[in-house]
Design a protein. Sequence first.
Lengths: 318, 393
Amino acid sequence: MGYINTIIILGGINIIAALGVAILTGYTGLFTIGHAGFMALGGYMSAIFVKELGVPFPIALLLGGTFAGLCSFIIGYPAFRSELRGDYFAVATLGFSEATRLLLNNTRSMGESINTAESGIAMLFKPIGPLLVKLGGVFGYMSLPSPTNVFVVVVAVILALFFAHMFVTSQYGKNCIAISQDEVAAQMMGVNLLKTKMIALFVSAFYAGVAGGLMAFYFAYLTPSFFTITKSSDLLAAVVFGGIQSLIGPVITGFILVVFPELLRSFAEWRLIIYGFLFVIVMIFRPQGLLGYVEMNFYFVRIWWNKIFRRGQTSQEG
Amino acid sequence: MNKNVQLFRKWWGLLLIGVLLISSLSGCGSQEKVLKIGYITEQTGVDAYVGAASVPAMQDYVDEINAKGGISGYKIELVVYDTRSEVPDAVTVAKRLVDQDKAVAIIGPSWSSAGIPLADIADAAKVPMVATTASNVNVTVSEDGTLHPYMFRVCFIDPYQGFAQADFAYNKLGLRKAAFLTDIASPYTVGLHQFFKDHFIELGGEIVAEEGYTQGDAEFRAQLAKIKDAGADLLVVDAYTFKDIGLAAQQAEALGLKVQIMGGDGVFVPELLEMAGPQLEGAIVTTGVTTDSPDFAEFNKAFEAKHGTQANIYTYYGLDALMAIEYAIGEAAKKGDVTPTAVRDALETMTDVQLFTSKVTMEPDTHNPHNKPLLIMTIKDSQWVLTETFQPK
């Protein structure tokens, strides 16, 4: 069972991060190739909360996600103020995530020099010196607890999907879609571009942060090399491959992208070539992604609910 | 378009069915007594040369064992999984080896970032794992000092190599001003840097420059210029990938930087000489095994003739790990109990067992091989020349 569980867990974590990217790229039209950075921030922060401060695991996950969300403002505010769009914003996110990773690579040596410093600006950081050493830089943050299991991940995925659905069907979500269709028109209709984009980025980074936290507590070990640009581009691929303006698409492909390389194991070295080839084929035949503009809905749940409780009428809201 | 889509769907379906069939077929086994040994390696990604040089040799050796009738009647099957050089993939395949393949022992991984999380998996599943070149201390002994009972390795650890390098540079070469070019994203490189530095300063040497780069960088001129200005007489490039030291040497020559270059066992592969042999003239590389020892000449020749690729240290470490497991399975079979736990017990107590490269005694309290000699290699006329064997005191 452990192997199947591993695939479900890694697939589930990928789904949560991909949902985050779907909200930002699929719905708001802002391309990102830096979500690994938010995963790293969320992962490290929730690990610190659990290991150093003894915060319960679910709360630490939410705090880690919130921390990643708050950090997203560092890049979001200046980028959206100066109206960076499309590729330019993508490059900015890439820079942010690489900077995050390089900072994490150096936590140990930073911590050591702070611990031994006797004057200057380093004194300000004296209290966090020992913590930075513990984070371990490139050696990784070791001996974490590992409460992540299939149950936790499945619950997290269901909650993540539910809240993502609520978000994209809310007024905020509609504003996001409006921005992705036409920014100028959206602005003329009274959509606050800066605020809406910041909210989308916050939610998106929150999802990535939670995914990073789950990952930390699954491997019981964190190292900056988990969060390279490959991770970011995999997430973007899940969303583009799964479909723009769809939640169910990225969910399915987010999972498939983890499962497929495993299924193809019998092809050994050829598997990544096949994997890339399938990508090209899908992009040629379905440029909008497998489930582009196909929206999941909960009609069926509502219908069942009404049938069971004999309310008699079905609501038209999705 | 519609027709295309239909056609595409049909093929897609067929392909999926094909894939499922093949993966289910590969699960069928024969009725013989077969033991599976897993090998977690890198066949794709930046470090693909690790798998390319080790898998064929290990498969050959397994075939040889089976041709002789197996280990005490048990046939061996080598199950090789690729990790794309990524840690999550290494974790997934480790779980697969433990659960699906029911491997009796696992070989790998070759790098420490994967070795650390994998040690927990080995402990939890009670399947022994023998790392090949994962040299970070925390692979077999966790941070708080407790031993991972199911994790072993056949290479020496970073502190030892860094210590020996510093000792050799200071005492034998008489160098006093060291500069570093370090891959800040690699625990191996950073570890060696740290231990080299500590011992070098302890001896009385001076560190004049510490420059960093990250894996995949190809341009070191800025860092090398700084090192040149700092007046270093020793440049330490303990890279994990041979390309880094090769490129650094080429660019150092272009800049007119004349220093003694030193590297670790990560770069001890024949490809390095093809890449930058003339530029690395006189450079020193430390390693645990050498491909140039006359003992291996015959093996190297046969290997190259058969597989069209040169053997490197990963071939040897892979074989070392495989032979250690072969020995342990043999011991376990003698007691009539070939379970992963029995194999682990035999690995822990192995004493003076002849493996591929040398005789190995496992230290029961650290699971590292005891006192592996360190070889100092010098590059002369684009060839490796063994200058000295360093024995720890």
